[in-house]
Ligand binder design. Structure first.
Ligand SMILES: NC(=O)c1ccc[n+]([C@@H]2O[C@H](COP(=O)([O-])OP(=O)(O)OC[C@H]3O[C@@H](n4cnc5c(N)ncnc54)[C@H](O)[C@@H]3O)[C@@H](O)[C@H]2O)c1
Length: 255
């Protein structure tokens, strides 16, 4: 592969929750275009395996960092390692996310707190810790937040998840406005139903219902999302900030 095929050569990317699923696909697509990558996840072994596979497949530098994005001290330690081992950061993708579905009447306080902590507070803590690098990134830093159409339409059974993902859209717009003058662009993607281990754990009837609700007639694949993240990190997206892009096969059209 020539250098013209690797427009991200010299760039450094951090993708949270990238040991598997959508996060891994994002890290792979950024690495395919030459970005050195930080694979950060709460699961150490999966994280190390993914980092080493991406490094050998795409010939980029990768490091694996075990970090729970809800813990400020762990996030700060991750920032220190990124500084000492990578020297800075150009792209941050806040992707780590979890589900703890329940009807509002039955939802436990712990289910609410955990989902808000991982999906929203995690993105706040990581963004805050990485801003010092992103504001100095040559060519302009980029943040892409992985929200969900659930945060746009409000999904029954997901009071915690929908609220966290809607909150992430607010955070996206604030970051975009606060740091535009530093050349930092921040956008959000709202995936619809995507086949991953996360959604494979849902009851089959729910999976069937979600699949049937996609006007394009197929469930999303991880590449449907990762390719849009890669576009948002590219020079072609240099005038896009504060935006929310739905990648849902048309599911939330008109909502
Ligand atoms: N799959 C879908 O249909 C879908 C739809 C809309 C949005 N999303 C969002 O996309 C993102 C990725 O989803 P996925 O389907 O790939 O999920 P996944 O469960 O396959 O992967 C999520 C990864 O995040 C990691 N993680 C979880 N909690 C963490 C924490 N506290 N700190 C660090 N890492 C943590 C997990 O270990 C895992 O590797 C999530 O934010 C999810 O909400 C997914």
């Amino acid at each position: 592969m020539s250098n013209t095929d690797r427009p991200f050569k010299g760039k450094i990317a951090l993708v949270t929750g990238s040991a598997r699923g959508i996060g891994r696909a994002i890290a792979e697509d950024l690495a395919e275009w030459g970005a050195d990558s930080v694979i950060l996840d709460v699961k150490l072994e999966d994280c190390q395996k993914t980092a080493s596979e991406i490094s050998s497949k795409y010939g980029v530098k990768t490091i694996a960092i075990q970090c729970n994005v809800t813990k400020k001290d762990e996030v700060e330690a991750a920032a220190d390692r990124i500084k000492s081992e990578m020297g800075g950061l150009h792209f941050l993708v806040n992707n780590a996310g979890i589900l703890r579905d329940n009807l509002l009447l039955r939802m436990k306080e712990e289910e609410w707190d955990l989902v808000l902590d991982v999906n929203l507070k995690g993105a706040f803590l990581v963004s805050q810790a990485m801003l010092r690098f992103l504001m100095k990134a040559e060519g302009g830093g980029r943040i892409v937040n992985i929200s969900s159409i659930s945060g746009v339409v409000g999904q029954p059974g997901q009071a915690n998840y929908s609220s966290s993902k809607a909150g992430l859209l607010g955070l996206t717009k604030v970051i975009a406005r606060e740091y535009a003058s530093k050349g930092l662009l921040c956008n959000a993607i709202c995936p619809g139903f995507v086949q991953t281990e996360l959604t494979a754990a849902l009851p089959q009837a729910v999976q069937d219902m979600l699949k049937a609700s996609v006007p394009l007639g197929r469930p999303g694949q991880v590449k449907d999302i990762s390719r849009v993240v890669r576009f948002l990190c590219s020079e072609d997206a240099g005038f896009i900030t504060g935006n929310v892009i739905r990648v849902d096969g048309g599911t939330a059209t008109g909502m």
